[in-house]
Design a binder for this molecule. Structure first.
Ligand SMILES: Nc1nc2c(ncn2[C@@H]2O[C@H](COP(=O)(O)OP(=O)(O)OP(=O)(O)O)[C@@H](O)[C@H]2O)c(=O)[nH]1
Length: 252
């Protein structure tokens, strides 16, 4: 038996492919390939759509939880803090009551535009639910997270929405929390990262608590937490209160 030529090999592989796919010739095979590519890109589009909120185009709550899980893992791996900003529009019910549900929806879209104009491409902005938004800031210490929240707060309050010949001024209250590398040993790390739901929940709860403090302090305000306790430094509740007061920024 002589050596196989390139044409021989092509024929063999074409035969094998046609057996596997049922295609009779190259043209059919090419058409099948195009269909597969089309289906693949439709699947990708559907996947993306399933992660997005229909009204604002931001990532949805489900994607937010996935991203939070990933960013906590990244902090444990790379050692850089992850900040979480939660923000909630102030007196949004009044916006709906005054301008109708449609007006309220425009306000949510307007907030999205302002918010996304103030953050980096690597930051992850999500609609957490209703009129509450969450922004994940990878590789960001708490002081920078606070600055970003302040920037968004100022931009929102100084960029009114023009809707049906009316001018609507929107404000929001902000809570910021931070995840700091805890430095688990390898067994703890495997266990904690396999299911870090408790860590995620405490980070969200902390940002939410700060958000409620901001509401209680008069709204249109940013409140930040101190870094969540690390094994090397346990922050007492008195220290926490003191820091929280210092970090609280009021309306300017
Ligand atoms: N238009 C519109 N309204 C929504 C949507 N989701 C939630 N809401 C409304 O958001 C309003 C939230 O009202 P509340 O929870 O009382 O809060 P608030 O009026 O913003 O008051 P504070 O948060 O205390 O400042 C409710 O009237 C909801 O119906 C939405 O997708 N579109």
């Amino acid at each position: 038996m002589g050596m196989k030529t390139q044409t021989d090999c092509q024929c063999v592989s074409e035969t094998a492919v046609s057996k596997a796919t049922g295609c009779k010739n190259i043209a059919e095979l090419t058409a099948l390939k195009a269909t597969v590519e089309q289906l693949k890109s439709e699947l990708e589009a559907l996947k993306l759509q399933s992660r997005k909120d229909g009204l604002t185009g931001l990532y949805n709550h489900q994607y937010f939880r996935e991203a939070l899980h990933r960013e906590i893992e990244r902090t444990e791996r790379a050692g850089q803090d992850t900040c979480l900003i939660m923000l909630d529009l102030d007196h949004f019910k009044q916006v709906n009551d005054t301008y109708g549900h449609e007006g309220g929806n425009h306000a949510l879209q307007h907030t999205t535009q302002v918010l996304t104009s103030q953050i980096r491409p690597i930051d992850i902005a999500c609609r957490y639910g209703g009129e509450e938004f969450a922004i994940l800031l990878p590789a960001t210490p708490i002081n920078v997270g606070k600055q970003v929240a302040e920037r968004v707060r100022k931009a929102l309050s100084s960029t009114p929405l023009h809707y049906q010949e009316q001018t609507i001024t929107l404000t929001a209250s902000f809570g910021v929390s931070v995840y700091h590398k805890r430095g688990f040993n390898s067994i703890e790390h495997t266990e904690a990262m396999a299911d870090n739901t408790d860590i995620e929940t405490s980070l969200i709860e902390e940002a939410d608590q700060q958000l409620y403090r901001a509401k209680a302090a008069g709204r249109n305000t940013v409140c930040t937490s101190t870094p969540i306790d690390t094994p090397s430094h346990h922050v007492t509740s008195d220290e926490k209160d003191l820091f929280s007061t210092l970090f609280q920024s009021s309306e300017t």
